[in-house]
Design a protein around this ligand. Structure first.
Ligand SMILES: *Cc1c(COP(=O)(O)O)cnc(C)c1O
Length: 461
């Protein structure tokens, strides 16, 4: 299996190099040269299998020679052993034909654990073999950073530095980043906002000397290994509801478009998916784009579903690549226009996007109302991101079963949940001591040189 860039100008890579590289050298994102398919019989055989067995069947064709069969099975087993639910991604029924896919039973209570735990194992195995070390630097608005620190803590081929905006992540998110005691993981609280943190990370990647000195690597949501790991739960949930003999639809609370794009891949692999519905909060660039055909940047408004507060949705480039019939030059020219503020999608491409994805937007008031109503009418406490999904999902109910992805545990966003329901959602018992563990934080004013020095001083060379 070989990987090509969405902009058509970067070297073709193996799975291993795609995963370790992250962003392609032409600025594009890597996608598989061809998408492997599974037959209806292969999908039917997943019924009743463990999450790990389905994960192996779904991901194996994408891995190529990077790992042996036995080694890949072992990495999958290790990745999901720390989840708090034997099914890993259990389905709960909300209403007739409406289901919730609980993706929050991982160690940091958000769906990002599914991908991050696996790529932690894959990075470690690939680096141990080559004898190399890498330094992972990432910016987070909360969930990605906690999932990365949790996944890489204690792994000896990797040092991890996560920059987060000081005072702007939830207390649970912060403590998940600052309480691990392993010396290879570091949380850096930066003055300013998430965009500032992201700009610093970008500057570090553009500083080629530094990049080489510390062997910089990224695990942000454009990493193909992350998208791939998210394809699996579309299969496990659809098969539980009758696939391949019956179609299943999905509604996905969306920010950077990684999770819903994994659903698109599942469909291309042969899973009979009805609708794939993008659910956004008031930061609605994706919903507006599907409605108007123009992708135009706006400013970010903070919401109670902060993990979806984005201005530019990085994985959307992959969706565009397929909408433009895998024409890298067309994608490259649109991305050039984005630097000037936006672009208009061609008629053929917008038709393709509209047939692949439906969409909806939920206001802040409706998000809170949905949390309140789902507790009263369905007995479920939803996190605000999941509430955005459930609100849109119920508008698309019909004869095809609808699965709404529950992307985080309500206890990760207690303030919004308590405001809507009067209930302070408790942490699961296995992490109840989170508030008692000592924190380890490095504060920084957000000066590039100072942060680069912190990193150089602390890495194991
Ligand atoms: C990251 C995140 C999302 C958005 O997922 P994307 O793959 O970026 O679209 C939604 N909900 C929660 C809780 C998240 O952490």
């Amino acid at each position: 299996m070989r990987y090509i860039s969405t902009r058509g100008q970067a070297p073709i890579l193996s799975f291993e190099d795609t995963m370790l590289t992250g962003l392609a050298r032409d600025g594009g994102l890597y996608v598989p040269e061809t998408i492997p398919t599974l037959t209806p019989d292969q999908i039917a055989a997943m019924a009743g299998q463990s999450y790990e067995d389905v994960a192996y069947t779904v991901m194996r064709p994408f891995i190529g020679e990077t790992f042996t069969d036995a080694q890949f099975r072992e990495l999958i087993a290790k990745a999901y052993a720390g989840f708090g639910h034997a099914a890993r991604a259990p389905l709960v029924q909300l209403a007739p034909n409406h289901f919730l896919l609980e993706l929050f039973h991982g160690p940091t209570l958000a769906f990002k654990d599914f991908a991050m735990q696996l790529i932690g194992q894959m990075f470690q195995a690939a680096l141990a073999r080559s004898g190399n070390r890498v330094t992972i630097v990432g910016a987070t608005s909360g969930d990605t950073g906690s999932a990365a620190i949790e996944a890489f803590r204690g792994l000896d081929a990797v040092d991890v530095f996560i920059l987060y905006p000081h005072g702007r992540v939830s207390e649970v998110q912060r403590r998940q980043m600052t309480t691990p005691t392993e010396s290879n993981v570091h949380a850096i609280a930066v003055d300013g906002d998430f965009d500032g943190c992201q700009a610093l990370v970008k500057d570090m990647f553009n500083d080629f000397q530094f990049r080489e000195d510390v062997r910089l690597a990224g695990v942000n949501s454009i990493n193909w290994g992350r998208v791939l790991a998210q394809v699996v739960y579309y299969f496990t949930s659809a098969v539980s509801l009758g696939a391949p003999h019956r179609k299943v639809s999905f509604t996905v609370p969306t920010g950077n478009f990684g999770d819903i794009f994994a659903g698109y891949i599942a469909k291309q692999m042969g899973l009979p998916i009805g609708e794939l519905v993008v659910a956004t909060n008031t930061n609605d660039i994706l919903h507006r784009t599907l409605e108007t055909g123009a992708y135009t940047k706006d400013s970010v408004t903070p919401t109670i579903s902060p993990s979806m507060d984005i201005q530019v949705s990085s994985n959307f480039e992959r969706a565009l690549f397929y909408a433009y019939g895998q024409d890298g030059a067309a994608v490259a020219s649109q991305m050039d226009d984005l630097k000037k503020g936006g672009f208009k999608i061609s008629q053929g491409a917008i038709d393709a996007l509209r047939s692949a994805y439906a969409s909806g937007r939920v206001s802040e008031g409706d998000t809170s109302e949905t949390i309140t109503r789902y507790l009263a009418e369905h007995g479920e406490l939803l996190c605000p991101h999941t509430a955005v999904g459930a609100n849109i999902g119920e508008k698309h109910l019909g004869t095809v079963p609808m699965v709404t992805l529950a992307t985080a545990h309500p206890a990760k966003f207690p303030a919004a949940v308590e405001a809507a329901t009067g209930i302070h959602p408790p942490l699961p018992p296995r992490m109840a001591d989170l508030y008692d563990r000592p924190e380890r934080i490095t504060r920084s004013k957000g000066d590039l040189v100072a942060i680069q020095k912190i990193i150089k001083d602390r890495i194991t060379s």
